[in-house]
Design a protein around this ligand. Structure first.
Ligand SMILES: C[S@@+](CC[C@H](N)C(=O)[O-])C[C@H]1O[C@@H](n2cnc3c(N)ncnc32)[C@H](O)[C@@H]1O
Length: 275
């Protein structure tokens, strides 16, 4: 990305282009939640509404999903996505901040947040989990899902480890931050927020050659997002190797190798609001 200020058009494009790779994982995680048919839920940090659609499908025609996001620009995309899917009656959107949700206590049957709560949003993830729990009815559920690991460069484990050790590779975690603030420690946030039966589950996405065009584009976008601006943190040799394997214009682009295979994980933390 060209500057530190998020360009929402760029964010929307990245979410859209990455979706063919990520959607099967979103579907598996949502299916695992077993959301009650007819229930009403919140998608906090809904972005362009891609999971709001899946959540609406999961709760069926009698259910409802409210997507909330800080970005009015992304909500314009989200409304369009939902309209095109013919689900505008079952999904509505609201501009707002997850740290101060514009909803009364006990409004929803469940709350969900993907790559938002606990994933680099706000200084204190515990407060955000408590805020999600506040708007969910007793016995309802809270779930947060985020990217948690990957093997995207088969045959190049050292380069991949070095890329993942850069500031971009560990983002949104920041070196020197308290370990308890890392997404993988979310069980503690759920426990401290008073949520019952906290659980952690891992969902795997994968792909292998030959890749269809939409998956090729998704991987190119993923490489860009995972390891952007890392040149100054690598040796010249590693930077050159990264460019050779990961830039779309390279004749050695790794995703075009006939043996290409990659996988990644998302982790979901879930808990119930005490009765
Ligand atoms: C990485 S995107 C994920 C979007 C969507 N959940 C997905 O996975 O496709 C993070 C989203 O969180 C939103 N966001 C960031 N801070 C927020 C806040 N304080 N309150 C509400 N939304 C926020 C961003 O605008 C963005 O849409």
């Amino acid at each position: 990305m060209p500057s530190d200020i998020p360009d929402m058009e760029y964010v929307a494009q990245m979410l859209l282009v990455g979706n063919p790779l990520i959607e099967p994982v979103d579907r598996a995680a949502i299916q695992a939640l077993q959301l009650p048919p007819g229930s009403r839920g919140l998608d906090a940090g809904c972005g362009i509404g891609l999971q709001a659609l899946l959540l609406a499908e999961a709760v069926g025609p009698a259910g409802h999903v409210t997507g909330l996001d800080l970005s009015p620009e992304l909500l314009v995309y989200a409304k369009d996505v939902v309209k095109k899917a013919g689900l505008s009656k079952r999904v509505s959107f609201r501009e707002g901040d997850v740290s101060n949700l514009p909803f009364d206590d006990d409004t929803f049957d469940w709350a969900w947040s993907k790559d938002c709560v606990g994933y680099g949003i706000g200084p204190e993830p515990l407060a955000l989990v408590k805020e999600l729990a506040r708007v969910v009815k007793p016995d309802g559920s809270v779930a947060i899902l985020s990217w948690s690991s990957e093997k995207l460069l088969p045959g190049h484990p050292v380069l991949e480890a070095r890329l993942n050790a850069t500031s971009s590779g560990i983002a949104p975690f920041v070196q020197g931050e308290k370990p308890e603030l890392h997404f993988s420690r979310a069980l503690g946030w759920f426990r401290d927020a008073g949520l019952a039966e906290p659980t952690a589950r891992t969902f795997v996405g994968d792909a292998h050659a030959p890749l269809a065009d939409d998956l090729r584009s998704a991987f190119i976008a993923l490489f860009q997002m995972r390891w952007s601006g890392v040149e100054s943190e690598l040796t010249q040799e590693d930077w050159a190797e990264y460019q050779r394997l990961c830039l779309p214009e390279s004749p050695d682009l790794i995703i075009d190798h006939p043996d290409y295979y990659a996988f990644f994980t998302y982790s979901m933390f879930h808990g119930k609001v005490a009765e």
